[in-house]
Design a binder for this molecule. Structure first.
Ligand code: AHG
Ligand code: MN
Ligand code: MN
Ligand code: MN
Length: 332
């Protein structure tokens, strides 16, 4: 049995620009994940469910756990000095960490502190997503917008926590994907899923089909393909949609499948946010042998222009995503 702490120490030399700072940063994320695990597991018993009363910059009603997780991850990251600032779904603008120690921090973190807000109150899995970049601006100065608007291929690490039937932390530093399951009795994450690889062909498709009439032709055609019986390719595929991106992604990563959140007539850019939802999971997918695309090209090559920008999103098993890309090229 190997703990996440031991794994980080052992692999420190594999981390990009290894000087120990990224290890410390990951330890901060590990700590905040444990705190959120504890609170999420009490939801229903303590006053942590329901709306917080505010609306975030995306126009979504913030839930109490959105705010709680945002504050815990922010505080854990600010405490150590490796991070000069963060961007979050729940913050209108990026947040500069002001202490001298933090201003010297080498990294910025972008996060979706609580993914799957609509599932909190009904005891369904939620998650946290994080994305880590080396800053571009000079160390010792306050973090700048340019530090956050980097394309996904510049990420040095990314991962997620899924608070599911067990809590897991899955991450990559560009050298494969490893998953750690939390043992609450010991208070440690233990390596449970080593060098995760996703199948090139899957049998699961995940999409909010309630929006069907607003989908582009390519996606309608792809859904038809998924549902058509064909013995040779084991169709029809199975539809699975939790409505928490992290949980849907996690299942498909392990089993093989595709997750789709396309543009719709009313939301031409789709729903999901490039910087703290799409890019980090894209990094994980690619490291596991999968693909993440906006339908026309690689998610991680998009040059970001704003913190909360959205993108159509197709992620998962490589042959499934390629099929959607071919339909987009042909029909849209
Ligand atoms: P968040 O809870 O962080 O705002 O993210 C919600 C996202 C994602 O988790 C999920 O996959 C998607 O919204 C679900 O959207 P629909 O309800 O439109 O299917
Ligand atoms: Mn939200
Ligand atoms: Mn989310
Ligand atoms: Mn969220």
């Amino acid at each position: 049995m190997k703990t996440l702490g031991e794994f980080i120490v052992e692999h420190q030399h594999d981390f990009p620009h290894a000087t120990g700072e990224l290890s410390s940063l990951l330890s901060a994320i590990r700590l905040a994940a444990k705190v959120c695990h504890r609170e999420i597991n009490k939801a229903g018993l303590v006053d942590i469910t329901g709306a917080a009363g505010d609306v975030n910059i995306q126009g979504e009603a913030q839930q109490k756990l959105d705010v709680y997780a945002n504050n815990k991850f922010k505080a854990a990251l600010e405490a150590r000095g490796e991070v000069c600032g963060i961007a979050s779904e729940e913050e209108d603008n990026f947040v500069i960490f002001e202490s001298d120690l933090s201003r010297d921090g080498k990294y910025v973190v972008l996060m979706d502190p609580l993914d799957g807000s609509s599932n909190i109150d009904v005891n369904v899995s939620v998650g946290t997503i994080f994305s880590i970049y080396k800053r571009i601006s000079e160390r010792g100065q306050p973090a700048q917008l340019e530090d956050f608007l980097q394309p996904g291929h510049k990420q040095v690490a990314a991962g997620y926590v899924v608070y599911g039937s067990s809590t897991m932390l899955v991450f990559t530093t560009g050298n494969g994907v490893n998953g750690f399951t939390y043992d609450p009795s010991l208070g440690v994450f233990c390596l449970s899923h080593q060098k995760i690889k996703t199948p090139a062909d899957g049998q699961i498709y995940s999409i909010n089909e309630g929006n069907y009439h607003k989908f582009p032709q390519s996606v309608k055609q792809y859904l038809k393909y998924c549902q058509e019986p064909d013995d040779a390719t084991n169709r029809p595929y199975t539809a699975r949609y939790i409505g928490s991106l992290v949980s849907d992604f996690h299942r498909n990563l392990l089993k093989g499948g595709i997750y789709l959140y396309p543009s719709t007539a009313s939301n031409p850019e789709g729903k999901l946010r490039l910087l703290y939802e799409c890019n980090p999971l894209a990094f994980l997918a690619e490291q596991a042998g999968g693909i993440a695309s906006d339908g026309r090209g690689r998610i991680m090559d998009i040059e970001p222009t704003s913190l909360h920008q959205r993108t159509p999103y197709f992620i998962g098993s490589s042959n499934m995503v390629k099929r959607v890309e071919a339909l987009v090229a042909e029909l849209d």
